[in-house]
Design a protein around this ligand. Structure first.
Ligand code: GUN
Length: 283
């Protein structure tokens, strides 16, 4: 029997802790403020952003959405970020990716005040993570949420062979750094990787962040593998699925995060956690 790693349950516990911390800050007259910048009308992004706003409000976090047209210029996006950097009600800024093609995302993330960079995408925060400097500083929310989920399920990482599929700046790269810092032996596979099979069949933990339905099946893994599925894909029938096909009959996958209900709720809960922490750090 494949065990399901319940992200909703861990997220619920984390959100309850966050709500308590927000209440404590509010007693001291401090209100965490999250600003989300959304450029354009990407459907998935609009859905995520709505969920983030709703969750923030339910936990007592002040929440603002800055929605800009799809044809915004670089200067307009930068101006929005600068305005939020200077707004004392805003303690955490998130610019939703992906950005339209005319926007230089690296420059936009680099324009966010590192102390308000709730995504941990600013080069200063990325550098701290890579150097494994002592905190506190913000770390990309999906990778951090995955680390919380692995810890909550007592998945050993020290000396473990961990394979990450995908090398994005949002998931693959920061996740590899966190895993390395936790003592794992980390291999990052990507579209140009040769002989993916050899790496997968030696992995204790596989984390897939590719975004391709049916990318992996049970036969790709060795027995007792823990699988974390970051994929959010629509299959042929329009159903939300991850990157990994599995069933009750799977023999190699020991435990896996379902989609939906695995990594997704952890990303949002970690964003809320980090929003509150950033208010606590800057007290
Ligand atoms: N797009 C997909 N995931 C994320 C994320 O964690 N942060 C931001 N800003 N954009 C995203």
């Amino acid at each position: 029997m494949v065990k399901l790693i319940d992200g909703r349950q861990v997220a619920r516990v984390l959100n309850a802790q966050t709500q308590t911390r927000v209440a404590a800050l509010r007693k001291q007259g401090i209100v965490p403020g999250l600003a989300v910048v959304l450029v354009g009308h990407d459907q998935a992004s609009e859905r995520y952003v709505r969920m983030k706003e709703k969750k923030a409000q339910s936990l007592g976090i002040y929440s603002v959405l800055k929605q800009l047209p799809a044809d915004s210029t670089q200067a307009e996006v930068l101006q929005t970020v600068t305005g939020l950097n200077q707004d004392p009600r805003i303690t955490a800024i998130l610019v939703q990716a992906p950005l339209p093609p005319q926007i230089d995302a690296t420059q936009v993330f680099g324009a966010i005040d590192p102390a308000k960079d709730v995504d941990g995408f600013h080069p200063e925060n990325v550098g701290k993570l890579y150097l494994n400097l002592p905190g506190p500083y913000p770390v990309a929310c999906t990778p951090r949420g995955i680390m919380t989920l692995l810890a909550a399920n007592q998945v050993p990482l020290q000396g473990a062979n961990v394979v990450v599929l995908g090398k994005s700046a949002i998931v693959g790269k920061p996740l590899a750094a966190l895993l390395l810092n936790a003592g794992a032996t980390v291999t990052v596979l990507h579209s140009q990787t040769k002989e993916r099979e050899a790496f997968l069949s030696a992995a204790d933990v596989v984390i897939s962040a590719v975004g391709q339905a049916h990318l992996l099946t049970d036969a790709d893994f060795q027995p007792h593998t823990t699988v974390i599925d970051v994929g959010q894909n629509l299959d042929e029938n329009g159903r939300l699925v991850g990157d990994v096909d599995y069933s009750e009959a799977s023999v190699n996958i020991e435990q896996i995060t379902p989609v939906p209900g695995g990594v997704g709720p952890m990303t949002i809960a970690t964003l809320m956690q980090q929003t509150v922490e950033m208010s606590e750090w800057s007290k």
